[in-house]
Design a protein around this ligand. Sequence first.
Ligand SMILES: [Zn+2]
Length: 159
Amino acid sequence: MRYRRSVRVAGGKLVASGGHEMHAATFLRSRRMVFESELRLDPAEWRRIVVHELFHFAWVRLGNHARRGWHELLCAEFAAGAKGELGWSAEWRKERLSLLRLSARTRLARDYACESFCDSAAWLYAGLDGHEEFTLPARWRKPRRLWFIQHLGDRAVPL
Ligand SMILES: [Zn+2]
């Protein structure tokens, strides 16, 4: 884990200027996470972002069966017209998807599945009461919570 004054990424690499500015970036192969320094001033937001980034490592180790299950859960939500998400990272991708593209597992759909998994983990495990980016209605949060309990156990899940 490292901190930088700003985190900018272009083409999968950190850059000094240009690119996309983010709170944090994770590089799975080199097992590195880089966070924007300002996050240290906001412990709740720090926890949310750190849990999100850590779960990028969990996603790649979940296995195809569990990843497919998560994808199916998202398809069911989407088909039922569920709006909102549990973080901006998933939400902006969701807004650009259709059910057809989600079902077809396009690149954007796969990125969305991964980001919604990490955002859901942050919602569940970072210990926040609420956040402006938690826009997914409660009735859709419940199945996600159950999915995490089913796949990762219930010891870390607040009751
Ligand atoms: Zn992410």
